[in-house]
Ligand binder design. Sequence first.
Ligand code: ASP
Length: 333
Amino acid sequence: MEKIHNLPRLFDFEAMAQKTGNGNGFTGQDILSVSQFDRERLSYIFTRSHEMRELVERVGACDLLKGYVLACLFYEPSTRTSASFIAAMERLGGSVIPITQGVQFSSVSKGESLPDTIRTLEQYADVIVLRHPEVGSAKLAADYASVPVINAGDGAGEHPTQALLDLFTIQVELGRIDGLKIAMVGDLRYGRTVHSLTRLLMRYEDISLRFVSPDTLRLPMALMNELLDQGIKVRETHDVADVIENADVLYVTRIQKERFSDPKQYEEVRDCYEITPDLMTRAKEKMVVMHPLPRVGEIHYHVDDDPRAAYFRQVKNGMYVRMALLAAVLGRA
Ligand code: ASP
């Protein structure tokens, strides 16, 4: 279903959509899963993201989304995703209803259901960004909303906008995605960013994936089977030392403490990996270390000065990609 709301605007949505080739099909659309992105759409978003970077570097902000309102609804903690969506909207001249300081201060704490909260926010906003602890919550919200819903993380499910910014970062840092060897380290079971990024990488040619995790946190079997069905080169190991020498990208993740039902199980794996300067001496000269952040000990602070440490550049790319996405779903790409 295409969602083009009918609030009065300074321009005609449909005329704009036709003029821009319908923002490559994004206008009015929900962004729920990376499965919505083929290579053409990825390349469209990345081109727009480069333009957003230029815009921010040259003039800081513009009024492309002036008059538009974004509702940011977060049922789980967030620093980067919420702040970057807010910054993205504001740099494009739009404004934000931020429900990001904990839904305990909203009517959710009075027992309001997700559909009712969504149907309320769409009365004020032109687009809704949602983070929620349950897998499938973004889809549920989208079923009720008449404005686009963007999934900012649904439990251990997906985090599509993080995967887009991860992929954009790989392209910016290494100049290509095809042919790369990518090692993912840490909590591959519950890490939604790993799930989304892995699915996006399947779109590229000659990708090799290395998965490094404790036994209890291996990549979900269904996802592993998808990779194998597609003939992607895959290897699993417990040890970062097995993969660091050949990796073009080392994608490190936090053990997702909040997803463990048994705290003892978390304690067993909490400190299983740490990328140190010593380990980095074994890595290629041209590789990148990435992390969706927050880190809680998986990357030693002394690695930060290594030019290959890309995680804070990755953070900034998140704003450009989210600017591109907001403009696209609002038909202003
Ligand atoms: N910030 C990322 C997420 O929301 C990664 C993490 O929390 O570890 O999924």
